[in-house]
Design a protein around this ligand. Structure first.
Ligand SMILES: [Zn+2]
Length: 436
């Protein structure tokens, strides 16, 4: 029987920012861990007999990508997605690890639900799943969740994603509690009084289309509150899905002042604007909404200058029945696991905005660091043998009918993009591999 946890990845361009590496090399994974990297083409490596070999010539070999913002929907909403379909979508999309948001049913505000997600992931999951715990009980923003119990059970961060805490007294106590465990609070920045009833960005297009808008101020006020309370408590805060120029500007200045703050952007917020809404297609409806051209440029600049540390999908599956309703009645959210890497390579790499090293930082090293996944985010000796292999030149056309996800709510249907993942390797085992 062949060893399924050992693999020699030969002759790829290895990009590993944690060790300042960007050159042709071969990576040997033994028993699920990186055993060594030998630089140079056709390097001679002593390997156990019969080891499987992956020829990565002309391809880019990266530490496995980590999507720190995914809604797997299990338990509770398995008609949208479950751990099996969601991790299959992740593997197809080039992600070796995902962090799952706590807005499940029951809410992931207790160790039992964390245990269940971990158990199901080990049973059926193709990639690593790291649960994120809720910050408040039932995500109601009133009483604190038992953060200690959640961390003990394996939660890698806590978040109020989708149901942002509005009471700053409660928020302060959550941050103080979280600081005892050194974990990050992941903030979904939204002032829900300002956003109430809105279904798209407030601006020229919301006026044109006659839809109620969500002002940029809804996000910007929440980010300013996060910065102030983060500074007050010293708790690391990670700002999810930054979509506004004011948000980028405030995070940049908070970082300059040394506040422990990190942030992410989604592929849809760096590739689409509210002009797409003229179609009234509910696959362009998400929170935060698609913003203006100036906001999109600010998000790209924030990624380029390091203000925005991560690219995360906010993969939010909804069934076709749920989305096929009038625009203002449709649920918020789009899927992203199977499109994120082509969109990133096409819109950020081939346009010269980010280098491959920066892309690997934002999709692997930085999310792994923020979630404290110490053996991930790098291919250093001893790290987990999680690898994403890219073909930056491969041309793909996005066809939602081919998705592994149970849902189809993508804004990228029909897009022709340059660059794609071609293999996803988890602990030395091939979780997904594109047909040549
Ligand atoms: Zn969110």
């Amino acid at each position: 029987m062949k060893d399924e946890k050992s693999l020699l990845i030969q002759n790829g361009r290895v990009v590993d920012p944690a060790q300042g590496l960007d050159e042709v090399a071969s990576v040997l994974i033994l028993n699920g861990k990186v055993s060594k990297i030998v630089k140079g083409a056709d390097a001679a490596i002593e390997t156990p007999t019969g080891i499987r070999v992956f020829d990565a010539s002309d391809k880019v070999v990266c530490p496995g990508f980590v999507d720190m913002h995914v809604h797997l929907r299990e338990p509770g909403f398995e008609h949208k997605e479950d751990i099996e379909s969601g991790t299959k979508a992740a593997a197809r999309g080039g992600f070796t690890s995902v962090a799952s948001m706590p807005n499940t049913m029951p809410v992931t505000d207790n160790s039992g639900t964390v245990d269940l997600i971990e158990h199901r992931s080990r049973q059926v999951g193709l990639v690593n799943v790291f649960p994120i715990g809720a910050a408040s009980l039932g995500m109601k923003g009133e009483d604190l969740a038992n953060i200690g119990e959640l961390v003990e059970a394996g939660a890698v961060a806590i978040s109020d994603d989708g149901f942002p805490v509005q009471n700053n007294y409660v928020m302060r106590r959550i941050l103080e509690y979280a600081s005892m465990f050194g974990i990050s609070f992941i903030s979904h920045p939204e002032d829900t009084n300002l956003s109430a009833g809105g279904s798209m960005h407030e601006g020229y297009y919301s006026n044109l289309l006659g839809l109620k808008g969500i002002p940029a101020a809804s996000e910007e006020i929440a980010i300013s509150t996060d910065i102030i309370l983060g500074e007050m408590t010293g708790t690391p805060i990670h700002i999810a899905h930054v979509s506004t120029s004011g948000g980028v500007r405030m995070i940049r200045s908070a970082k300059e002042r040394g506040i422990k703050i990190t942030a992410e952007a989604t592929p849809h917020h760096f590739s689409l604007t509210d002009a797409s809404l003229v179609s009234y297609d509910t696959n362009f409806k998400m929170k935060p909404p698609l913003r203006s051209e100036a906001d999109l440029e600010a998000v790209k600049q924030g990624l380029k200058d390091g203000t925005l540390d991560c690219i995360a999908t906010d993969h939010a599956p909804h069934s076709e029945n749920e989305k096929e309703v009038e625009f203002d009645k449709a649920p918020f959210g789009v899927i992203g696991l199977e499109t994120a890497i082509p969109v990133t390579l096409d819109k950020l790499y081939h346009t010269g905005i980010l280098s491959l090293t920066q892309i690997v930082e934002k999709l692997s090293l930085n999310p792994a660091t923020i979630l404290r996944l110490e053996s991930k985010g790098s291919l250093k000796e001893g790290c987990d043998g999680d690898v994403t292999i890219l073909d930056p030149e491969k041309e793909v056309e996005i066809n939602p009918r081919e998705f592994a996800s149970k849902s189809r709510n993508t804004p990228f249907a029909g897009w022709k993009l340059k660059g794609a993942p071609i293999a996803t390797i988890v602990a030395g085992a091939i979780a997904s591999s594109a047909s040549p």
